[in-house]
Write a protein that binds this ligand. Sequence first.
Ligand SMILES: NC(=O)c1ccc[n+]([C@@H]2O[C@H](COP(=O)([O-])OP(=O)(O)OC[C@H]3O[C@@H](n4cnc5c(N)ncnc54)[C@H](O)[C@@H]3O)[C@@H](O)[C@H]2O)c1
Length: 379
Amino acid sequence: MAELYLKPLPIPVGVGMAAEVGDMIKPRVVILGGCGFIGRNLVQYLIENDLVSTVRVVDKVPPQTAWLNEKHQRLFNIPKVQFKSANLISPASCQSALSVEEGGGFDYVINCACETKPGQTDPVYREGILKLSLNCAVEAAKLNVKRFVEVSSGHMCSSNKVPHKEDGKIEPWTYLAKFKRQVEEELHNIAGLNFTIVRPAIVYGIGDRHGLVPRLVIGAVYKHLGEMMKLLWGKDLKMNTIHVTDLCRAIWHLALRDDTLSQIYNVVDKGDTTQGMISNLVSEIFNINHDYWSSINLSLCKLDMASLVDEVNDKHLGPWAEACTQSGVENTPLTPYIDQELLYNKHLYMDPSKLESTGFSWLVLQISRDKLQEPWASV
Ligand SMILES: NC(=O)c1ccc[n+]([C@@H]2O[C@H](COP(=O)([O-])OP(=O)(O)OC[C@H]3O[C@@H](n4cnc5c(N)ncnc54)[C@H](O)[C@@H]3O)[C@@H](O)[C@H]2O)c1
């Protein structure tokens, strides 16, 4: 288990746009942030299903150091996958990233690039989310692409009463969502931009680091400690999910349709995932028991959430480092650390009906043990 995503293998980067003759009528696509979790899975989806003539992956992190598994690394050796290094916060770099080379311009630009590291300051998010997305959208408008797809955030409202619809009350409850909301609003003001916005629930699958994988790592820590796993807020906390393959399918499905122009879509599975469902699966995978903090403890947490989160993270980080050392793991991107804002008593409860009304159908209707532990099996 502890050898997950351990050694990034050196691979040559695929360059060249050589589209075969039969490919010429297929679309040419740019995936911004294509070395990240969602981006790499989108590259895989488009290539394996032979949907495109060219994919240009733009990222500030090269594929060699992005902790790709071997399957994802091989994708970057395929001639029709081209990697371009760019920091998209810089307008000049963004312009160069989307520059047209031999073979013509691009049809679709999908923005998966974003400052996703938790616990950053407002200015860091303003640049890494708002500025980045708007730079890319402005360039996409200049290129007159058929569609610019902005991967936004599902954290737009917290209620456990009714699932949140796209046009429901907007109260972003993470820093990231706050800036993504500004992006959503600004896209309407960019002249000539053909765009669609997707708001994913918690995304899980191969390559996940920040979604459900920290919960698996925490399960591994409690297994290592031989203790009961303790969680906040109870089993009914809504933690709706979407498998990364279905997210990639939904992005492409929505990008191709005319009636999705200027629209926002929740991308969430039909399983109405809760913390209880996830914790049961994690407990099953690691053969551990779990329980929730008592309401007395919870009322104390509300008084000093920051200290409580520090305490919880400290409890997990030490044993995780110890377990890694014992297994000979010197470096790993995986961590049990969960940021404070993701530990609030906030529900992620999203309505999938607008997406379904476009004719989309899910391959993974709800989370399961097999799907949750896919990242474990992929290395
Ligand atoms: N993973 C989830 O559970 C989830 C849920 C909802 C929404 N989202 C959104 O989906 C998008 C992609 O998320 P992810 O999980 O793949 O994140 P990720 O961190 O794995 O990938 C983001 C990629 O963007 C790149 N990037 C960041 N800043 C850049 C810059 N300035 N220039 C160029 N590249 C840059 C990073 O190097 C990384 O490869 C984000 O907007 C995120 O908010 C993710």
